[in-house]
Write a protein that binds this ligand. Structure first.
Ligand code: PGA
Length: 255
């Protein structure tokens, strides 16, 4: 059975004091929450990572970054390398989020470069894909997803499914309050899994965790997680509040 991932993507939110208070609360929640199946991941802003690792030390809480550089080091003002993340024992890193594609012009081939750097350092990539509203309305959802997957995995003839998670995030559902229905999400998740089966093999496809993202919250996470190909959520807004995050973790545990 694949694990269930409850992954929070905080984006550019919270003060350091709010960050620390959230993680102190999450550590205390975890003193009475023991689950072998749920993986809790939270991705705060870069500059809070070190303090966050300190607060969560010795717990099952996994910490992720929201981005990384595809370069090893050098004159890249403002960038953070994968090696720097490794130095803080960061376990996960989001790559190719639609906001990075939209505002920072990230491409599928850049996302592949970032994924390969993360893989080399043993950090699990959370690779985001998803269609825009215009693409969905033009009935292009599957072709867009296929093109993104082909670009990101281009030339990678062998694959270790423990080195990445896929997050399917329809752009029209991110931060809009509009969630894909469980049927809409399941249909795309199944398409993604089938793509991996066709390109690689069944074993790889069955081992890949595919998270859904886009206005996931306590009131809709249960029905999303009940879909056979949905292995968790990548959650923005609703992961910022400790009560709502831990509620989603508890709901997932009941699945
Ligand atoms: P949202 O964001 O849950 O606020 O829609 C999800 C994401 O961008 O990962």
């Amino acid at each position: 059975m694949r694990p269930i991932y409850i992954a929070g993507n905080w984006k550019m939110n919270k003060s350091i004091a709010e960050n620390n208070a959230f993680f102190e609360g999450l550590v205390s929640f975890n003193t009475s929450f023991n689950s072998k199946r749920i993986v809790q991941i939270v991705c705060p802003p870069y500059i809070y990572l070190e303090k966050t690792k300190e607060i969560t030390k010795g717990t099952n809480i996994c910490i992720g970054a929201q981005n990384c550089s595809e370069q090893d080091n050098g004159a890249f003002t403002g960038e953070i390398s994968v090696e720097m993340l490794k130095g803080l024992n960061i376990e996960y890193c989001i790559v190719g989020h639609s906001e990075r594609r939209q505002f920072f012009f990230e491409t599928d081939s850049l996302i592949q470069q970032k994924y390969l750097k993360l893989k080399a350092q043993g950090i699990t990539a959370i690779i985001c894909i998803g269609e825009t509203l215009a693409e969905r309305e033009a009935n292009r959802t599957f072709s867009v997803i296929e093109t993104q997957l082909e670009g990101i995995f281009d030339g990678l003839y062998t694959l270790d499914n423990n080195t990445f998670l896929i997050a399917y995030e329809p752009v029209w559902a991110i931060g809009t309050g509009k969630t894909a229905s469980p049927e809409q999400a399941q249909e795309v998740h199944q398409f993604i899994r089938n793509w991996f089966e066709k390109k690689y093999n069944k074993e790889i496809a069955n081992g890949i965790a595919i998270l859904y993202g886009g206005s996931v919250k306590p009131s809709n996470i249960k029905e999303l997680l009940s879909c056979p190909d949905i292995d968790g959520g990548l959650i923005g807004g609703a992961s910022l509040d400790l009560k709502s995050y831990t509620e989603m973790v508890s709901i997932a545990e009941g699945e």
